[in-house]
Design a protein around this ligand. Structure first.
Ligand SMILES: Cc1cc2nc3c(=O)[nH]c(=O)nc-3n(C[C@H](O)[C@H](O)[C@H](O)COP(=O)(O)O)c2cc1C
Length: 224
């Protein structure tokens, strides 16, 4: 799978991984090519902490312990959503969750199972590699946008290399713990996490095809 089009049409968020390791060389190849992403004034504001093995396990274990005492997490550096999230976005968020829980066969009333599924974010869904994205606190929205471009490059490069990903805003709920465990300076804000690894086959949760709005809803063609 090599054309950008093919990758864009076939990429899905993967939430079950095999334990097949991903070599440091392969991670570096994906991240170095992705580093060619464009950024405003070429600021390249991003930092990426690529973690595996005992470092990843320590972060996951620490968050899981703290999650049990504090299910809502820490004070995030940036909010995941505005409060309240207006429609149509609120409805899309709801539909997205329902599609996933339906694939997993977890009904709405089964709060425990749903919480356990959310908690899987904090094991990077079993992926052998976790990525944490940060930028310096002095930077602003445009540099978050730049980092989003980098994130997409990583998702596409991973796919080209036979790997899969899941971007995870959920990690922004644990910025202090992430900084503490990974030794990241307080000056850096945690923007996103990402799972990276080989997808488990025949897992319904990895087959979900989240729908997209039609182009006319987000494109206005003018002056053609
Ligand atoms: C910035 C960003 C943050 C996300 N955060 C999470 C997350 O915390 N947990 C999760 O399971 N999925 C997360 N996702 C995955 C989205 O739910 C997913 O991309 C969306 O539903 C579209 O599905 P697809 O990626 O399979 O096309 C995130 C995606 C993006 C781009």
């Amino acid at each position: 799978m090599n054309s950008v089009r093919e990758v864009l049409e076939n990429r899905r968020s993967v939430r079950e991984y095999t334990n097949q390791p991903v070599s440091a060389d392969l991670v570096q190849e994906i991240l170095s090519v992705s580093g060619k992403s464009a950024s405003g004034s070429n600021l390249q504001p991003w930092k990426i902490y690529a973690i595996s093995g005992s470092v990843k396990n320590r972060l996951c274990e620490t968050v899981m312990q703290r999650l049990a005492l504090n299910p809502s997490g820490e004070k995030a550096d940036i909010p995941i959503y505005p409060k309240p999230l207006p429609d149509p976005f609120r409805q899309r968020r709801y539909d997205c969750g329902e599609l996933m829980y339906r694939a997993l066969n977890i009904p709405r009333e089964d709060k425990i199972q749903r919480l356990m599924q959310v908690a899987k974010n904090f094991s990077f869904f079993g992926a052998p590699v976790g990525l944490i994205f940060t930028i310096n606190r002095t930077l602003c929205e445009s540099q978050i946008l730049d980092t989003g471009i980098l994130v997409q490059s990583i998702m596409l490069m991973a796919k080209e290399q036979g790997l899969d990903t899941c971007a995870q805003a959920s990690w922004t709920l644990w910025p202090q713990t992430i900084r503490e465990v990974l030794g990241i300076d307080e000056a850096e804000m945690v923007l996103l996490g990402m799972s990276l690894g080989y997808a488990k086959q025949d897992e319904l949760v990895n087959e979900i095809k989240q729908p997209r709005i039609v182009m006319d809803e987000y494109v206005k063609m003018m002056g053609f």
